[in-house]
Write a protein of this length. Structure first.
Length: 408
């Protein structure tokens, strides 16, 4: 059996976790701070806040922005449900727009969707391939869009324009214009979930890059307090003798990351350049083999401005429907190779359909989805396993496509 995406756990990870256990301190403390520092060094921005999930981090940032009922946040329809649910939990309305052939949000569709109610754009780096950051950045800062902007909170008034947040759940390790993700938007949020390139079992990391007059270091402190119910001292600080007195300064959340979780990611990120290189080599091997077939659409990997984090390998098969794609997946799975689909477009999911969203308004998202199969890609995959995935995928695709051609 070749699993789809097992976590990378080696002796260094185990040692780091055991060290946390032996320390007698397993909730938020020094290892969380160290992980924040390591991620900050990796992306090249100083203010990184770790939380217990991408979703809770996104909810908190949208609440911090001051979303009210009726406020709109523009998102792509081709994403995991958390992108939309975070907006709803924060009190806003997700406005879904279609995507490009590279799976990422279409900037022209963003522009068409902006109204006086728009408070944020929440883009997604699908599979770790960066979205069109500069174009979105220029759009929200353009004079005609700023004229439309109607702030309803003090934070929005201070910013003076639509907030640009990156759903960077997949893209820790990606680059845009030779910089880590986070430099070309206001807020980026990485996921550190169990299947991500770097994991803390459950977790997320918020990269703070607000423009002046915001003080990002001060904002980090305020948001860190917000993750702890707006308590003025965390448990680690209170545990230092006689330092028990604290205050509650606002309506916060309880979404802090624990040291026991941070320990896993801390060990991994120290090895990440090597792990990332292995992901890249597998990605390139897949593409070099699949491009030999005229039915294959290989996923984007790099351009002059962008390089992926190689989080997923979303292969697409030309001119097939959902049923044929599902048949290919069944055949591959029967050979003990786990594959996946990323993602079911949001308007196809019952909850969002019931809210009135329609897949008919998202033709590119649907066309990407119906042809997509995500293949295993992670550092532990051996060369032999990679070759087996390639051979099996080719054989199963050819089997279904040959059957289709005979019936036409």
């Amino acid at each position: 059996m070749i699993p789809f995406s097992p976590p990378y756990i080696n002796e260094n990870v185990i040692k780091e976790v055991v060290d946390s256990l032996k320390s007698g301190w397993i909730t938020t403390g020094p290892k969380v701070k160290e992980l924040e520092y390591e991620i900050a060094q990796f992306v090249g921005l100083p203010n990184v806040l770790c939380v217990n999930s991408w979703t809770s981090g996104a909810i908190m940032m949208l609440r911090w922005l001051g979303l009210e009922k009726g406020d709109e946040v523009i998102i792509p329809s081709y994403t995991y449900c958390a992108t939309a649910l975070a907006v709803i939990h924060a009190g806003g309305t997700p406005i879904m727009v279609d995507v490009n052939d590279d799976f990422n949000i279409d900037v022209k569709s963003i522009e068409k969707a902006i109204t006086s109610k728009t408070k944020a754009v929440l883009s997604v780096d699908f599979a770790g391939f960066p979205c069109d950051y500069s174009e979105i950045q220029e759009l929200v800062a353009s004079e005609k869009i700023i004229k439309l902007f109607k702030p309803t909170s003090q934070i929005q008034k201070k910013l003076g324009r639509i907030l640009f947040i990156s759903d960077a759940a997949h893209s820790l390790g990606a680059n845009y214009k030779n910089k880590g993700i986070g430099h070309s938007c206001d807020i980026s949020i990485f996921s550190l979930h169990a299947v991500k390139n770097i994991t803390t079992a459950e977790g997320g990391a918020i990269v703070i890059n607000m423009p002046k007059p915001f003080d990002n270091e001060n904002l980090y402190g305020n948001l860190r307090s917000m993750t702890l119910n707006c308590q003025t001292k965390d448990a680690f600080s209170k545990s230092q003798g006689g330092n028990w007195k604290y205050d509650i300064t606002g309506l916060g959340m309880k979404i802090n990351m624990a040291d026991i979780n941070a320990a896993i990611g801390l060990a991994q990120i120290k090895e990440y350049p090597t792990l990332l290189e292995r992901r890249k080599s597998i990605f390139k091997k897949y593409s070099s083999e699949f491009k030999k077939f005229n039915w294959s659409i290989e996923p984007p990997t790099s351009t002059n401005e962008k390089e992926s984090s190689y989080h997923l390998y979303p292969l697409r098969i030309k001119n097939i429907n959902e049923e044929q794609r599902d048949e290919i997946i069944s055949l591959i799975s029967a050979q003990q190779i786990a594959v996946n689909v990323h993602f079911i477009p949001l308007p196809l999911l019952t909850y969002f359909k019931d809210l009135g969203y329609s897949i008919k308004e998202h033709p590119k998202a649907y066309n990407n989805y119906k042809a997509e199969i995500s293949l295993p890609i992670y550092p532990q995959l051996t060369d032999e396993s990679v070759d087996l995935v390639i051979k099996t995928t080719i054989d199963c695709c050819e089997q279904v496509l040959n059957t289709v051609s005979k019936t036409v």
